[in-house]
Design a protein around this ligand. Structure first.
Ligand code: ZN
Length: 600
């Protein structure tokens, strides 16, 4: 079978998808819709979810169907149960009804039974409950007995606060208890049982899109990626405006990169779904683009019944063909290193908002080893040794940008060594700006369309330069400050209380922020609003518009004499030359990203 050149496409079959199969003949007809539009190279067949366990007969017959087509097959587990399952007898003489109505044996009955005060709906598992632990182990063993590889879907976490878990937690925080617990569960209830049944079985853990809350629910990115054979990344950002998760769209790219840097070479792919995509198909297509811009090896489509015979698939197939034609031209992704340690919290998704506003990032779980500017957010403060690392970097001549959140988190802990800036409890609400020039004089005034609520950062006059200020009557407040330390430059970026207010900055303000922070990358965008900029180590650049309308952006590139559009082959001359810097004007539409090569 001829697949795509630069990535693979996989379809996930949940238990409910598998249950929808009546006969293999009918299924073959239905599945052909996906084959018409996509080059599918792998499927994942789920063995357990909620109250449903698939029968071995059904799994083996569907597996055989795909293997006959030359499509790779792996298993999948969603570790959820009905709450009423807990502490129930393990043997129920009635047996359990598997997919298709076949009685598959005398195993635990998972029929929900109403209990007073407890919702009889699915939930994550209570891993201090012996019956539940036994069930997880059995599911791992069963799955490994059929497949040489399986993946854990989201929900390999626990939010249980039952008496048993409270008792097991003891004096630990919930975070520490669950980080420890889910490491133990991964080893004793998933990996070891699976490998005992099938030593060749490759076990993959998928991490969901909500990385800011991993530690609270026990997703341990520090221990588990070392234990599992591979990892996988949830890149389903969906509709930011109308989702409880409110994930910035750039997250479909940045989380892939962070995960890749956690287990280099072993981040198997990115996982998207069409959730909340029906009123704007662009969101669905963008999730795929961004996952693959991050060099995802595989794109998993969740799930079969959500995608088969749906409006999402024909445009996705069209776009994947177009992307596959040019993606090989992009080298390795590069960007502004941002330090995102394991289990971090504080300014969650801040760099995703900045990324949606046209900055290019490369998040890493370890302090970045680079001579380039590094971004530190309040999340970076999770590392108790971060100030020493910052000092070493700046003594080597490296630059640092800290956010107001990082400044606040480090006050009283030694940040005073680096700057006179202090985060106060005050706020300013305004929409006018000044941008600094030389010395103590601003060289221009600029106006936003809407007010922004900004924390007030104070600093000592002449100990720092205010590069951008928010103006209010006879006063102004720093948005971007700069002072020197050792051989490096320290920037302090004040971030609005609502990070999405970053999108309200006028073109001059957000462009100036990009210009300072991205100077070591040699490329930045001049535009207001929401764009993604993706950079590669071979002078390749992708620009994706997150706007609702057509627009024109300007790309500033050091040392480039022409810009070649990789899709059309057309070359563009700069509209302006400022010293070494060329400025190119680029018309861009929503969804339809453009890929360029900088010609030097
Ligand atoms: Zn519990």
């Amino acid at each position: 079978m001829v697949g795509y050149k630069n990535f693979e496409i996989a379809i996930y079959f949940s238990t409910r998808c598998l249950e929808s199969i009546t006969t293999i003949e009918e299924f073959e007809k239905e599945f052909s819709f996906l084959e018409k539009h996509l080059k599918i190279s792998k499927v994942y067949l789920e063995t357990h979810r909620d109250d449903m366990d698939m029968s071995e007969d059904l799994l083996r017959s569907v597996k055989q169907f795909f293997e006959n087509k030359g499509i790779k097959v792996a298993g999948g587990i969603t570790p959820t149960l009905f709450r009423s399952y807990r502490n129930k007898p393990l043997i129920d003489e009635t047996g359990i009804r598997g997919c298709g109505g076949t009685v598959i044996g005398k195993k635990a009955a998972l029929q929900p039974k109403p209990e007073k005060g407890i919702l009889t709906t699915w939930s994550t598992m209570c891993f201090t409950d012996e019956a539940v632990r036994q069930k997880m182990k059995e599911v791992s063993e069963f799955t490994a007995s059929i497949f040489d590889e399986f993946i854990l879907d989201d929900f390999f976490f626990t939010d249980c606060t039952c008496e048993s878990c409270i008792s097991a937690k003891g004096d630990r925080s919930w975070e520490q208890f669950r980080l420890d617990l889910m490491t133990e569960v991964a080893e004793n209830l998933v990996i070891k049982p699976a490998k005992k049944i099938n030593p060749d079985c490759k076990v993959i853990i998928k991490y969901p899109n909500w990385y800011e809350a991993f530690q609270e629910t026990g997703y341990n990115t520090e221990t588990q990626p070392l234990m599992f054979d591979g990892i996988y990344t949830g890149t389903e950002t969906r509709d930011t405006d109308h989702s409880m998760q409110h994930l910035p769209r750039y997250g479909s790219y940045s989380l892939m990169r962070w995960m890749e840097n956690i287990k280099p070479g072993e981040n198997g792919g990115g996982w998207i779904d069409p959730g909340q995509g029906i009123h704007n198909l662009a969101y669905y297509l963008e999730q795929a683009h961004l996952t693959l811009f991050a060099k995802g090896r595989e794109l998993m489509l969740f799930c079969y019944t959500w995608t088969v015979d749906s409006v999402f698939i024909p445009p996705l197939g069209f776009e994947l063909e177009k992307l596959d034609n040019i993606l090989g031209e992009a080298g390795e992704p590069v960007g502004l290193p941002v330090y995102e340690p394991h289990h971090a919290y504080g300014e969650e998704h801040l760099y995703d908002y900045l990324g949606t506003a046209g900055l290019a990032f490369e998040p890493t779980p370890a302090f970045p080893q680079t001579d380039k500017l590094i971004l530190l957010t309040a999340n970076s403060a999770r590392d108790a040794n971060v100030l020493n690392k910052m000092k070493e970097h700046m003594f080597r001549g490296g630059d640092i940008c800290i956010t107001s959140g990082f400044l606040g988190a480090m006050q009283g802990k030694g940040i005073e060594e680096f700057t006179s800036a202090r985060l106060t409890n005050g706020r300013v609400y305004a929409r006018d700006y000044s941008i600094g020039g030389f010395g103590s004089v601003f060289n221009g005034e600029f106006y936003g369309r809407d007010e922004v609520l900004l924390p007030i950062v104070k600093y000592m006059n002449n100990s720092a330069d205010c590069l951008i200020a928010l103006r209010k009557y006879d006063n102004n407040f720093p948005v971007l400050l700069r002072n020197r330390y050792a051989s490096g430059t320290l920037y302090i970026l004040t971030t609005p209380d609502d990070y999405a207010d970053i999108y309200k900055y006028p073109c001059e303000v957000i462009t100036t922020i990009r210009q300072y922070l991205m100077s070591s990358l040699g490329v930045y965008l001049e535009a207001e609003g929401k764009y993604g900029l993706f950079l590669y180590d071979n002078d390749t650049v992708i620009i994706e518009s997150f706007m609702y309308r057509n627009s024109i952006v300007r790309l500033h590139a050091a040392g480039a004499v022409k810009l070649k559009d990789m899709r059309t082959g057309m070359e563009t001359e700069p509209i302006q030359q400022k010293g070494d810097e060329s400025v190119f004007e680029i018309p861009i539409q929503p969804v339809f990203y453009k890929m360029f090569r900088l010609i030097r």
